[in-house]
Structure formats: C-alpha cells, structure tokens
Design a protein around this ligand. Structure first.
Ligand code: PLP
Length: 390
C-alpha cells in the first residue's frame, strides 16, 4: 500500500544545503526581517522545519490534507477530543487502548463529554448509541490486545449519515497495511512510538486530517495546547519511517509463521492473529489490510492462570518482557498485569483478556529464532507445572 520507494522519496532533500538527511532545527525562535515578515516560521511551538517534514510525510502516507506531530500518542488523541464541547458524545470501540480509556473516562467525562463503548466489529452496534449529539466515532483496528478488526468503510457510511467524524487509531496497522482516510475516515491518529519510529527509542504521536477545515482546527489546538514533538524526536521518527515498509513486511511475515506455529501447540487455548483464517474478523482484515496482517499476536494458555503466563514471559530470550510494541526487537507482555492492569478483572475477561493472555510483538529477528525461543518457554512451562500423583 505504501512502497518503500514512495516513502523514501516523500522525504525532501534539504532545499538550503542539499543535505540528504533531514536537518534538525534545534531552535526556539526564528529571526524576522520586520514584525510579521519571516520565512514561514516564527516560533517553534507553532512550527518547526524538521517537524514540518514529518507532518507533511505523514499527510502523504495517509493520503490526508495535513499531518500534526505531538509529544506522545496520547497527546495526539487529546488534541482530537478538544474538537468537542461539553454535552457532545463519542461512540468508541470497547476494546480501546487503555490510555485512551483513562483519558476519555477520567478527564473528558468530567468535562461533560459522554462516551459510549461498543463492540464495533459489528458496525450495526454503533446504531444503538449514535445520535444527533454524537460528534466522534472512535475506533482502533486491529485492537489491542485481542486484535479485533472493524470494517472501516461500513462504519464511515454510518458516521456520515449522522454528521459525526470517524477517527481511526491506525497504530497497529500503520499506513503500510491500511489507509483509513481512503476508506472514509476523517481523522487518523498514531502512536508514533510504535511502528512509525520503530526502534523503541522515543515516544511520539501523529494526527492526520482529511479536510482543510479539520486541519485548521487541529492546527489551532496544536498551537494553543502546545503538546508538540521536539525536533530531535521528529528527526528520529522520520528516520524510522524510512524503513517502515521493510520492517512491517518482515514483521508481518514472521508473525504469520509464529501464529501458525502457535496454532499447533497443545498448550495454547485462544489464539488471536487476523492473518489466520480461524480469526473471527479474518475476511474484513484481508480486504482492508491488503492481505498483510501486522506483527502482533496474542494467545492464552490452556492452563489459564497468571502463574503460567508469568512462567512463560520470564523464560524467553529474544522476546523481551516490556510494555510497548512495534519495534525492531521482539517484545512480549502479560496484559493482565501490565498494559491492562488498570481494567477491572470482570471487564478484562469479558473483552477476551484472559488471566494467561500473552501478547507478542514480533521484531525483525528471524522467524526460526523466535519460534525456538517460544519453544523453550513452552518447555519451561511444563517443568514448572507440579506433577500430580495418581
Ligand atoms: C501506545 C498506544 C497509544 C498511546 O501512545 P503513546 O505514544 O504511548 O502515548 C495509543 N493507541 C494505541 C493503539 C497504542 O498502542
């Protein structure tokens, strides 16, 4: 969907010097010839040439009007919610990123915004909650950690009928696999921390808007609230994006092999990977993601206990135990005790996050090494299990 040629040649050569790498403009202000007479930049919160390259690049890759770079993914999400006023409503995917849930529920609900959480894998469910006060429909596809896939085109048709905006958190797919604006969405957001930057070395957030009108409103909020990404992290994110296509292709191919391996393990109970025909939303994923399914896999164990999960996640060598995902080095985590620890157990279980659920983020190591690593963790699991005497 995004070729590496397109990505690389969407990054301009520095017009001033010919530098093939994007210069880092580490400055707070820009000297003016006369008040208001400048070269397009006046103060680094409002604009910065390094940031502009990243913002223009993201607009191009997501096929939008404008891009905006923020300090973190959550700062990007925050800027979009600031389009709303007290009394407005949001319909959001129930399996939403935990940090977005915290922001919506503990910050914005207090300010008078009402949020309804629904299972958007069936687009019709949205009809139960959408009304004339609904300003945003907020989805992620695939979701974290159970990789539910929602039909973006179908949902966009519904939001249009109600004059609401469709926002897609495209963090898990990246523009290499999926371009929500082309499927009818109005705004795309990213945690640039994950696949875009891709090296687990920074936090960043991006917003891409479809229309000029939305661009102006987000630009205003970005400058008014000030949660921008600094020039050095913009540079690193641009450098990361140069290899986005290569990384995501490799990570997806590896994840498919790992998922196929896991599907044959007797210790595995539920297995979530949209690339497997057994996945509930495989058909939609296939259509929407161009037949490539990303680097994230989740699975639970037959021995559905936290102890079993802890044994597993502490017995891998290449899969490092850490929050976050999408980097070149493979990571794994235990959502019940890590990313989803703040979600009450009942709610967690009902959204499929079992006690033993383990999330893998496949890096760019070779698939056979990663599979051997998992094989060792399964072996350790057997050893840690007490033998019951007959
Ligand atoms: C990590 C993540 C975020 C938040 O991004 P930060 O950069 O950590 O603030 C938002 N959405 C999804 C899907 C994520 O995985």
């Amino acid at each position: 969907m995004c070729s590496t040629t397109e990505i690389l040649h969407s990054i301009p050569v520095d017009p001033l010097t010919g530098s093939i790498s994007v210069p880092v403009y580490q400055t707070s202000t820009f000297v003016q010839e006369a008040p208001g007479v400048n070269k397009g930049f006046d103060y680094a919160r409002s604009n910065n040439p390094t940031r502009k390259v990243l913002e223009d690049l993201m607009a191009k890759l997501e096929n939008g009007h404008s891009g905006f770079a923020f300090a973190t993914g959550l700062a990007a999400i925050d800027s979009v919610i600031k389009l709303l006023s007290a009394g407005d409503e949001i319909v959001a995917v129930d399996d939403i990123y935990g940090g977005a849930y915290r922001l919506f529920t503990h910050v914005y609900e207090k300010l008078g915004i009402k949020i309804h959480y629904v299972d958007t894998t069936d687009a019709e469910n949205i009809l139960e909650y959408i009304n004339d006060k609904t300003r945003l429909v907020w989805i992620e596809s695939p979701t974290n950690p159970t990789l539910k896939v929602s039909d973006i085109r179908k949902i966009a048709n519904i939001t249009k009928c109600f004059n609401a905006l469709l926002v897609v958190d495209n963090t898990f797919a990246s523009p290499v696999l999926q371009k929500p604006l082309e499927l009818g969405a109005d705004i795309v957001i990213h945690s640039g921390t994950k696949y875009l930057a891709g090296h687990s070395d920074l936090v960043a957030g991006l917003v891409v808007t479809k229309t000029e009108e939305l661009s102006e409103r987000i630009k205003f909020i970005q400058n008014a609230s000030g949660g921008i990404l600094g020039p050095w992290d913009c540079f690193l994110t641009i450098r990361g994006i140069e290899t986005l296509g290569l990384r995501v292709e490799k990570q997806s191919a590896t994840a498919l092999k790992v998922a196929q391996y896991l599907s044959h393990r007797p210790e595995v109970d539920q297995l979530y990977y949209p690339g497997l025909p057994s996945h509930k939303n495989h058909k939609v994923a296939k259509k929407q993601q161009n037949g490539v399914y990303g680097g994230i896999i989740s699975f639970s164990l037959i021995d559905d206990t936290q102890d079993a999960a802890v044994s597993f996640v502490t017995n891998t060598k290449y899969f490092k135990l850490a929050e976050s995902l999408g980097g070149v080095k493979s990571l794994l985590c235990h959502p019940a005790q890590m990313t989803h620890a703040s979600v009450p157990r009942e709610k967690r279980l009902s959204s499929g996050v079992q006690d033993s659920l383990i999330r893998l983020s496949c890096g760019i190591e070779d698939a056979e090494h990663l599979i051997a690593d998992l094989e060792n963790a399964f072996r350790a699991l057997k050893k840690s299990k007490p033998v019951v005497a007959v």
